[in-house]
Design a protein around this ligand. Structure first.
Ligand code: NA7
Length: 546
């Protein structure tokens, strides 16, 4: 019997949750606690979302493990032990499984089941949800816990299917071990995934060729086994530290500097960058308070990293190619690596600069470049990223009021009120969607805040007999204007990043996440809730009040 068939749950629960990653898991837990019935559908065979799929060699979280975990349960956060300062994918996946078991969540999850459609029934105020297993459910609430980096994308390169060797995507890595020993391997893409995988694969492969279109800034993690004292320090006041983290722009408790980069002398600036480089990790980006808002300040940090690259990579031409110059540092997601630049000193590693010689096509033997050179390889790894933030939502393409599909409503880019709801899609909530801080933050902090808000909202609706909640058009418009306005005050829109939708051909260029910070954002959400859900249209059905 398949796992799904063993599940005993109501056929029409109150809520359908799409996805059983960190968002879906906590959602199920909170819903159950609040007395709602729920069913989650998950296309994978297990829980974990991002950490289920991205099992490529070297996959690791760039948020310190002491902070990359749920904070809602004191006993759980005290009990779990992380073995490294920055946890690797296998350990994070073990943690997700531990949480699912501990909270007994699996009985409400149907694995290997994809939601294929969701349609709003205006007369009944219900969503009709269908799956690829033939399920049809009628539910009051639809929660999209579909993840921001879950729709993996292959590039628009001709001939991908013609390749005779093995093809991989970092975001859909096989479950069985992959051994590159003795192989000639190609990695296409140098974002976070490529930058993490390249040093590990280089150690195994006979020959590794990296195909780089845009060089990225990367900071070493200097990862190490968990320091017991550091762990104890966190655990001695875990909830206090979590609370402080929630007050930070990124939801990460960082060593912030409240000075601007140009307010200090050159020597002090360099010392600050050096200290953070040595400490490792993405806290480098908060070395000064204006690195993402002031281009001249940003240049000082970018220049520091470029100098590190040229000091690390022995071949000066190679160092020059690896040094990013086309975007301010941090405006594309900053990478965190373990020996990335050093890897290019290895004799078995080569770099192809796709700006100089683009890929013409993939051929059965390997990669054919525009100058007709063939790079023969045995395996090709696409580290080419995702249709970020909207891809998983538009793949389901829910149909809201009047049968309008989400793809049509979002044709010019995603529009939401508070990143939680979108006009025309009543009773549908998006966790860490566009218009919320999401990918600019510690995802688990943002997930917890959204889940808490959504479940509180549902409980409020139940108490007040509300059966329908929809974002108001003017509130949504104002929120989107505010989003654009805060993004414009930063350097982020200057980069052709996946935050801007720039990595997918034809995707509208809008800065998708909300950059006003998690504290300000939480305040905006809480204010709306306190104000009896201002900015939302509510429909009451007094008879339904409990
Ligand atoms: P990213 O960050 O989107 O990186 C994708 C990389 O693939 C990037 O270097 C792209 O170059 C490159 N790319 C994409 N399409 C092509 C084509 N057609 N040819 C050559 N190179 C291409 O995805 P990741 O998986 O690394 O990371 C995603 C997030 O996951 C990351 O930010 C963390 O938050 C975790 P480009 O820059 O577009 O020129």
């Amino acid at each position: 019997m398949r796992e799904n068939e063993m599940v005993q749950t109501p056929s029409n629960p109150d809520v359908v949750v799409v996805g059983a990653g960190f968002a879906g898991l906590y959602m199920l837990h909170r819903l159950r606690d609040a007395g709602f019935t729920a069913m989650a559908f998950e296309r994978a065979t297990g829980v974990g979302g991002t950490w289920y799929w991205n099992r490529y060699p070297g996959a690791r979280c760039d948020v310190e493990s002491m902070q990359y975990s749920y904070g809602f349960d004191e006993a759980m956060q005290q009990e779990w032990h992380w073995s490294e300062r920055f946890a690797g994918q296998p350990e994070i996946l073990r943690y997700a499984n531990w949480v699912a078991d501990r909270l007994d969540l699996r009985r409400d999850i149907r694995f290997e089941t994809s939601v294929t459609s969701a349609e709003w029934d205006e007369a009944a105020c219900l969503w009709t949800v269908r799956t690829d297993r033939g399920d049809k459910l009628r539910v009051r609430y639809l929660v999209m816990a579909t993840g921001c980096l879950s729709a993996a994308r292959l590039p628009e390169i001709e001939g991908i299917a013609d390749f005779r060797g093995n093809t991989y995507h970092t975001g859909q890595w096989p479950h069985e071990p992959v051994d590159f020993t003795g192989q000639r391997v190609a990695v296409i893409g140098t974002g976070s995934s490529g930058i993490q995988a390249i040093p590990v694969i280089a150690e195994q492969a006979a020959q590794l060729t990296v195909f780089q279109r845009t060089p990225n800034f990367s900071i070493p993690t200097h990862n190490q086994p968990m320091d017991t004292e550091y762990e104890n320090l966190w655990k001695s006041d875990y909830s206090g530290r979590r609370e402080r983290a929630r007050g930070m722009r990124t939801g990460i408790l960082h060593d912030l500097n409240d000075k601007g980069a140009l307010e200090v002398e050159e020597a002090e600036r360099r010392a600050e960058y050096e200290r953070r480089w040595e400490r490792g990790g993405t806290a480098f980006m908060v070395a000064f308070n204006d690195l993402v808002t002031n281009a001249a300040a940003n240049d000082t940090a970018a220049e520091f990293v470029r100098a590190k690259i040229s000091a690390t990579v022995r071949d000066p031409q190679l160092a020059e190619l690896l040094a990013p110059k086309d975007h301010p540092i941090g405006t594309k997601r900053i990478c965190a690596d373990s020996g990335y630049y050093e890897t290019f000193n290895r004799p078995n590693v080569a770099l192809v600069d796709l700006r100089a010689t683009p890929i013409q096509r993939i051929v059965p033997e390997g990669v054919l470049l525009s100058d007709e050179t063939l790079r023969p390889v045995d395996s090709i790894i696409y580290a080419t990223g995702f249709d970020a933030m909207t891809g998983a939502l538009t793949a389901i393409n829910p149909r809201g009021v009047g049968g309008l599909p989400l793809t049509e409503v979002w044709a010019e880019g995603p529009k939401t009120y508070l990143g939680l709801c979108t006009v025309g899609f009543p009773n549908m909530f998006i966790i860490t969607g566009p218009g919320s801080p999401s990918v600019l933050t510690n995802m688990i902090v943002s997930i917890e805040q959204h889940v808490d808000w959504i479940v509180d909202c549902m409980a409020w609706m139940r108490r007040h007999g509300a059966v329908r909640l929809e974002a108001e058009a003017t509130a949504q418009e104002r929120w989107m204007e505010h989003n654009n306005e805060v993004a414009r005050r930063t350097l982020y829109p200057r980069a052709g990043s996946w935050y801007m939708g720039a990595n997918v051909q034809g995707k509208p260029r809008v800065f998708m996440p909300y950059i006003g910070g998690v504290a300000a954002y939480r305040q905006a959400c809480d204010n709306a809730a306190k104000d009896s859900y201002s900015g939302f249209l509510l429909q009451m059905d007094r008879a339904a009040a409990q």
